[in-house]
Design a protein around this ligand. Structure first.
Ligand SMILES: Cc1cc2nc3c(=O)[nH]c(=O)nc-3n(C[C@H](O)[C@H](O)[C@H](O)COP(=O)(O)OP(=O)(O)OC[C@H]3O[C@@H](n4cnc5c(N)ncnc54)[C@H](O)[C@@H]3O)c2cc1C
Length: 510
């Protein structure tokens, strides 16, 4: 805090009447995230026990007015990469402390759904919904993330080609806005707030409850991987599969640049029973591409499922000797990355810097991108998995805040680097990874790739304005409507507290 007038944060917050509590000491946990690159200390951490705790706190900060520098960030599971859930000198709301009325599965009727607190982990939601034979439709690859955290971005995985991202599968939200108001919103009620918050990077309100669409859950999945040496054939097959009516239930892919070791393969643990893993295939210096798919089945339908897979595989042009298959339960498949997390944790390789770069690349430019990035910029690097798979714009709702490329098919390219300590215990591995990221971003700009960042990270107004493009005007208007003092999610570095008031020029710059 810089202004003495506002310096006594603890006593002003302690005076609030809450069910939960504030802590003002031992806050190092709230100043860390998965990215492990930024550590910004808050002034206070709230463990809320009710929606009213969250609303009272934000109202209090709102009433302090624009001259108070105090800000508020919801912290989900803290799996952001560059401090997006941090609030320097502000208040962190520890969303996992607020469980609300629990996880409520509504299983009757044609459109089953679950009501869940914004701070709930997807893994807990899944385990509860499976008790009713139901599950959400769209996922992330890793489930130890909160509902509010992924809905603030998009929530993308190999089911998105069919169901859209997680933000396309939400019926209703309960939000505490930047003025402290509690609002229910849906496509039919307060629709502007509903769409603002989805993919809204935490800028418009805190998601205290979400109503998520469910569908009947499969019991088992057949998990298949095949390898390609030709990028064009690989992407043509991926695109054919996502466009087909009868197809796999999950379609992803990854790039193998002659890489070995746990840091490169953590994302891709396949079957514990199967020692022959596609991700361990050595490529003798060549870049290989792995297509990864699953087909849902129940144990009494194994024969039909095998026939369907045979039909689908017969249309693909992978290297014939590279078919890897495994059968696992649905839960094992969806929670697959957690297995790798445990292995990495045991080796001290989880809580290290993660200079990840997630990009959305239009289909028309994916070959230019691949040629430059995989054969040149990243040719000698081997510090993490690279996911690459197509998505279709028609499954995304343009009214939400998320930004995607302007083409019907675009690719998610996730460069999931880790920066383990270098032998000299300095930051050289991190610096090297950040330099490669910078080279990739520079190339995208120079070659006019039309790329959009996913989990975007910009530090200047120009950067954000370019990111949002034609959506910037709506985004800033929504900020004025729902968080006019720019109190929320300061770690995204989009707005600075009170700048909207002091510089209305933002609105004229779309
Ligand atoms: C191992 C790993 C695998 C991943 N895999 C995928 C993947 O497959 N697909 C994908 O799409 N993403 C993936 N992600 C990225 C992930 O979706 C984001 O990092 C997400 O932000 C993490 O959720 P969180 O609950 O930890 O949120 P946090 O990091 O805590 O918060 C993220 C942002 O949302 C805000 N926020 C948090 N909770 C709320 C709330 N309740 N209401 C409003 N705003 C809120 C925060 O203030 C912050 O700005 C992965 C991340 C990791 C670490």
């Amino acid at each position: 805090m810089h202004t003495s007038e506002y310096s006594d944060v603890p006593s002003s917050l302690s005076a609030l009447s809450l069910e939960g509590q504030f802590s003002f000491h031992n806050m190092s946990h709230a100043s860390k995230d998965f990215g492990n690159q930024f550590q910004l200390q808050p002034s206070a951490v709230l463990q809320p026990k009710s929606v009213s705790d969250i609303s009272t706190t934000i109202k209090h900060v709102y009433q302090m007015g624009p001259r108070s520098p105090l800000t508020v960030a919801a912290r989900g599971h803290g799996h952001s990469l560059q401090g997006q859930a941090q609030a320097p000198d502000g208040i962190i709301i520890q969303m996992e402390s607020f469980k609300g009325p629990g996880i409520h599965v509504h299983y009757t009727g044609n459109l089953p759904y679950v009501d869940v607190a914004g701070g709930e982990l997807w893994i807990n939601l899944l385990k509860e919904s499976l008790k009713y034979g139901l599950a959400p439709k769209s996922w992330t690859d890793y489930l130890h993330l909160t509902v509010g955290g992924t809905l603030s971005n998009a929530g993308i995985s190999g089911q998105a080609f069919r169901h859209g991202p997680q933000i396309s599968n939400v019926y209703q939200l309960e939000i505490v806005t930047g003025k402290g108001e509690v609002m229910i919103c849906s496509p039919a009620e307060n629709a502007d707030l509903f769409y603002a918050v989805l993919g809204g990077l935490g800028q418009f309100g805190i998601i205290t409850r979400a109503r998520i669409a469910l569908q009947p859950a499969t019991k088992m999945v057949k998990w298949v991987r095949v390898l390609y040496s030709n990028f064009t054939t690989f992407t043509q097959d991926q695109e054919m599969l996502i466009a087909a009516e009868k197809t796999f239930d999950y379609i992803e892919g990854f790039v193998i640049i002659n890489r070995t070791g746990i840091l490169n393969n953590w994302r891709s643990s396949f079957s514990p029973q199967d020692p022959v893993q596609a991700s361990h295939f050595t490529s003798d210096g060549k870049t290989l591409f792995c297509l990864e798919m699953t087909k849902n089945f129940n144990p009494d339908e194994t024969e039909i499922m095998n026939k369907e897979i045979y039909m689908l595989l017969s249309k693909l042009r992978y290297i014939p000797s590279t078919l890897f298959q495994s059968e696992v339960t649905y839960l094992e498949f969806l929670d697959r990355v957690h297995v790798s997390e445990l292995k990495l944790r045991a080796k001290g390789l989880w809580e290290i810097p993660h200079p990840w770069l997630n990009l959305l690349i239009p289909r028309s430019k994916i070959h230019d991108f691949a040629e430059r990035v995989f054969s040149d910029i990243l040719r000698d690097s081997n510090n993490g998995p690279i996911l690459l798979y197509p998505l279709n714009k028609s499954k995304w709702d343009n009214r939400t805040s998320v930004v995607i490329p302007d083409e019907e098919v675009f690719y998610l390219v996730a460069l999931l680097s880790s920066a383990p300590p270098s032998p000299n215990h300095d930051d050289t591995t991190l610096e090297h990874a950040l330099k490669l990221n910078g080279d990739i971003l520079d190339f995208c700009e120079q070659a006019d790739i039309g790329m959009k960042q996913y989990l975007p990270y910009y530090t200047t107004e120009e950067g954000w304005r370019a990111h949002f493009g034609s959506k910037w005007k709506v985004f800033t208007q929504r900020k004025l409507d729902y968080d006019p003092l720019a109190i929320l999610a300061p770690g995204q570095r989009i707005f600075h507290k009170a700048t909207l008031i002091s510089s209305p020029k933002l609105l004229n710059m779309a």
